[in-house]
Design a protein around this ligand. Structure first.
Ligand code: C2O
Ligand code: CU
Length: 494
């Protein structure tokens, strides 16, 4: 009872302080508020006030080898059938402690579903949880009725089967629930998995492609465990994005990754509710980005750092045969926190030669000259977030677009008195092209297929959008609490 009152008081304090500060990004905002929550909790439990910032991620000690999600084997070939079950369970993140979690075909996260472009696939989805859910295929080009938005609720105990063709090019996609107002909590507790699309191109490029050997998925998620080591979402929930001090990669706490001295492909997925990640190497050396959300870049783009907002993916190549083999080689974030230490194994390999041209992506001059036909304004914070001044209404269609017709969507992130926040804007059912960011060409590493784009306050982004299928699709902020709070709209493709 007493602690509840404290919590209410603290929440009020957070609102007040949050409201007066000059907040810029989700992380900063949440950092501030979470800091307060934690100081409050420390206060209650330890009786002292902490002045550190607990919302920095704790560095990985590297004591656990990174978990590699299982590959889900299909049943049959045409169609290739995959069974995916959302279930409740417990997971041992901390030795001897069972944490209550959700997962697909397991207790936390899910398998990798590897499909081939051109293939017919069947997904049999089952909800064995006590809560309703949906199965959304983020980045997949699929008819609206299979897309798994909030209209396609699968009640506890029910199943649904979808059959469709994979027509898009090779990419790293993911899947997660999308029930109205409940997405953030279900993802937080562990519902997320990966879809790899492969095609002829991806197989002939000479890229590292031995799953779990030189081709690794890395799902980055930050979490806050309570003092019982539970993922108590309601306790830590923040309407501007729930973040935590504890990093999980593929569900592994304090991970390390053992690699050989060869080029290694990392498929980076920002699967967190709200935290942005800027990745770099501890040696500050270069790596190559080879793919965006929905396909390969035309050629590898050398980078020293790379930012992914929630929902975004990137594939990178780190050539461990060329790096200075410093003992503390690691993937770090911008604040120099070690996310993933590498152990270099003393094994020789003869890597394949990687092609220089990976794709033939381009934005045509026609696309560049098309007038804007859909305008979107992102605005607000917390529970007051809006798109074009409105909050999500499942009975309201915001836009109509014709199948197969390219339109220019202009998204503007309108700042407020306090500056505003970065919003990762995501569109379902298709991959789009970024035509411009504030009238400038996007950076080289965003000149590729995208389904989620980070938009900073006062920034205007133009997208060339074409849907190859029909149906109802969502567009929304991928900061999951913003999505749940109604920063979402619907486009109907006819
Ligand atoms: Cu990854 Cu509508 O979401
Ligand atoms: Cu947002």
């Amino acid at each position: 009872m007493k602690s509840k009152m404290w919590f209410a008081l603290l929440t009020l304090l957070i609102l007040l302080i949050g409201g007066c500060s000059n907040s810029k990004t989700a992380n900063e905002v949440s950092n501030k508020s979470m800091n307060m929550v934690h100081e409050g909790m420390d206060n209650m439990t330890n009786g002292h006030m902490s002045h550190t910032n607990p919302l920095q991620l704790a560095p990985s000690t590297g004591e656990n080898e990174l978990a590699i999600p299982p590959l889900l084997e299909p049943d049959g070939e045409n169609p290739a059938r995959y069974s995916i079950t959302a279930q409740e369970g417990t997971t041992e993140f901390y030795q001897g402690v069972q944490t209550e979690t959700y997962g697909y075909n397991g207790s936390f996260l899910g398998p990798v579903i590897r499909v081939q472009s051109g293939q017919t696939v069947q997904f049999s989805t089952t909800n064995e949880m006590s809560k309703d859910t949906t199965f959304h295929w983020h980045g997949l080009e699929i008819p609206g009725e299979g897309d798994g938005g909030p209209h396609e609720q699968i009640k506890s105990g029910q199943s649904k089967t979808l059959t469709f063709n994979i027509r898009q090019q090779a990419a790293t996609l993911w899947f997660h629930p999308h029930p109205e107002g409940q997405t953030a909590e279900q993802v937080y507790k562990g519902l997320a998995g990966l879809i790899y699309v492969e095609d002829e191109n991806s197989q002939r490029l000479g890229l590292p492609n031995q799953y779990g050997v030189n081709d690794f998925p890395l799902i980055f998620q930050d979490r806050q465990f309570d003092d019982q080591k539970q993922l108590n979402y309601q306790l830590f929930k923040n309407n501007d994005g729930t973040i935590g001090d504890t990093l999980l990669i593929n569900g592994t706490l304090h991970p390390k990754l053992s690699v050989r001295q060869e080029p290694v492909r990392l498929r980076l997925v920002n699967g967190s509710n709200a935290r942005n990640f800027t990745f770099k190497l501890s040696t500050n050396e270069e790596f190559q980005q080879i793919a965006t959300d929905g396909g390969f870049l035309n050629s590898p783009v050398p980078l020293k750092k790379l930012t992914l907002t929630p929902g975004e993916r990137a594939e990178i190549i780190i050539d461990f045969s060329k790096l200075s083999t410093s003992a503390d080689l690691a993937l770090m974030n911008e604040e120099d926190v070690v996310l993933l230490p590498f152990t270099i194994k003393n094994e020789q390999t003869t890597p394949k030669k990687m092609q220089d041209q990976l794709n033939t992506f381009s934005t045509t001059s026609e696309e560049q000259q098309l007038p804007v036909s859909k305008r979107i304004e992102l605005f607000g914070m917390g529970t007051m977030v809006t798109i074009n001044g409105k909050q999500f209404d499942r009975n309201r269609i915001d836009f109509v677009q014709q199948q197969g017709v390219t339109e220019i969507w202009e998204i503007y992130n309108k700042p407020d008195m306090m500056g505003g926040m970065t919003h990762p804007f995501h569109l379902h059912g298709t991959q789009f092209k970024i035509v411009s960011i504030n009238e400038q060409a996007p950076p080289l590493n965003e000149q590729g297929w995208k389904d989620t784009v980070s938009i900073e306050p006062d920034e205007t982004v133009k997208l060339a959008v074409k849907f190859n299928d029909k149906g109802l699709y969502m567009f929304h902020c991928h900061l999951l609490e913003h999505e749940d709070n109604g920063m979402m709209g619907q486009v109907k493709v006819e």
